[in-house]
Ligand binder design. Structure first.
Ligand code: PLP
Length: 444
């Protein structure tokens, strides 16, 4: 552990030496970062002793909450026994083996094999290579295009950021790479036409997928990738008509359906995976974050049996990461998943704390500045608007959301802002009393 330093000292060192991800570096250096020193349950503590309610589970990942000694002990024990070895070239180790089997047990029945990575971004980069490899082996090398959605977030590597549909990311660094196409997101509040019902909007948006397949030709399309609920794009909870229509289109066409469960996986939606909440039937399932509750970095790509069989037929897959299946990360995941199963955290989201928080969160929609307050499981959004009926936006989109987020953080509640939409995704262990506190702070 580093020797304790004063907040001022730490801020100065941070400003001098640390390039922060997704941050306005100039503003950050002028204001200084908030330094988080410890955490337990759903609470963070900063270097000035403030207790902050973490409404975002870190970055949507600390599903079992902070301070779980059981995970710490499992990682320490694994580090003493075997701190590192790889899973390349016909070697492996027990934590990777056991975790592969556990994931086969927890995921829908078509999934029995996992490719380990170090993060969600690496997982989605893997997806690009894997789906193209799959069609190469099937002697359909022209099937290369991957369809994604506007405002999707699939990660920050060149491949994953290209799959993502974030305009501010595409503006930097010459993205996206070729053969990736983006269609509309099912963002009813922001994108429905006048007089269009939510159900009609869901169908229309889903059919954008069919239109692109028709326009480009099915023989060029390899896959469609989507998050069950778009997270960083604004917690876009799709109309009930959306997923059945997408599932139909994917079923009828020879394309792979990739469910990016980096946020929705491991209980967030009240099922183990978001694809179960929406009854879709993916061919590939992408995971990270909640797999270890963020205690160690780990990601994975699970492939359905029909994909695995083709890949195995093809021999070598020339792809992998030094930390694919890192033993300490796998040990953290096994301990984390054991907690989730023992404490029935997924059931708790579906039957107990999810409905409890949703009832109170939905009531925030009565506020004159809140347009809608949807929530599924333990992920929700508050759309801020100057005009609930006309569904209009504030003139300088994003400014009010950012102010609200900063005000909230200053009042010791972590929420995210996407445009003028505030977001929460608290740890799955949040108590009823803590839900009440979260609501009181959000309302303020
Ligand atoms: N996919 C989704 C849906 C995500 O939300 C994220 C991160 O927020 C990623 C992928 C990228 O994961 P990572 O930050 O672990 O690379």
């Amino acid at each position: 552990m580093p020797q304790p330093k004063s907040t001022a000292e730490l801020r100065a060192l941070d400003a001098a030496h640390h390039l922060h991800p997704f941050s306005d570096m100039k503003a950050l250096n002028a204001e200084g970062s908030r330094i988080i020193t410890r955490a337990d349950g759903v609470w963070l503590t900063d270097s000035e002793g403030n207790r902050i309610l973490d409404g975002m589970s870190g970055l949507w990942c600390v599903n079992v909450g902070y301070g779980r000694e059981e995970i710490v002990d499992a990682v320490a024990a694994q580090m003493r026994e075997l701190p590192y070895y790889n899973t390349f070239f016909k070697t492996t180790h027990q934590p990777a083996i056991e975790l592969s089997a556990k994931l086969a047990e927890l995921t829908p029945p078509q999934f029995n094999r996992v490719f380990f990575t170090g993060s969600g971004s690496e997982s989605n980069d893997t997806v690009i290579r894997l789906v193209r490899r799959y069609f190469d082996i099937r002697e359909k090398p022209q099937k290369k295009v991957i369809i994604s959605r506007r405002n999707a977030y699939h990660g920050s590597t060149v491949g994953a950021a290209s799959l993502g549909g974030m305009a501010p990311m595409h503006e930097q660094g010459g993205l996206p790479i070729p053969d990736i196409v983006h269609i509309a997101q099912p963002y009813w509040w922001g994108e429905a036409r006048q007089g269009e019902t939510m159900e009609e909007f869901g169908i229309r948006t889903a059919r954008a997928l069919e239109s692109v397949i028709d326009a480009m030709g099915e023989d060029r399309i390899a896959a469609f990738i989507a998050e069950p609920i778009q997270g960083a794009g604004g917690v876009i909870i799709p109309p009930i008509t959306y997923w059945p229509e997408i599932a139909r289109i994917c079923r009828e066409r020879d394309i792979l359906f990739v469910s990016d469960e980096v946020i929705c996986g491991f209980g967030r939606t009240g099922q183990w995976f978001g694809c179960e909440t929406y009854h879709t039937h993916p061919d590939i399932l992408v995971m990270a974050k909640g797999i270890t509750s963020g205690y160690m970095p780990l990601g994975g790509v699970m492939v359905a049996d029909k994909v695995a069989e083709v890949l195995m037929e093809g021999g070598d897959f020339n792809h992998g990461y030094t930390y694919s299946g890192h033993p300490a990360a796998c040990a953290a995941a096994l301990a984390n998943l054991a907690i989730m199963q023992r404490e029935k955290l997924v059931e708790r989201v579906a039957e107990n704390v999810g409905p409890y928080l949703k009832a109170r969160w939905s009531a925030l929609a009565e506020h004159p500045l809140v347009g809608e307050a949807p929530m599924v499981g333990l992920v929700g959004a508050l759309e801020l608007t100057p005009d609930k009926v006309g569904r209009t936006s504030f003139p300088d989109v994003g400014k009010v959301g950012t102010l609200a987020r900063d005000f909230s953080f200053a009042n010791n509640l972590v929420m995210r802002a996407v445009r003028d939409r505030l977001i929460i995704a608290p740890p799955l262990v949040i108590s009823h009393g803590e839900c009440d506190e979260l609501i009181a702070r959000a309302r303020r």
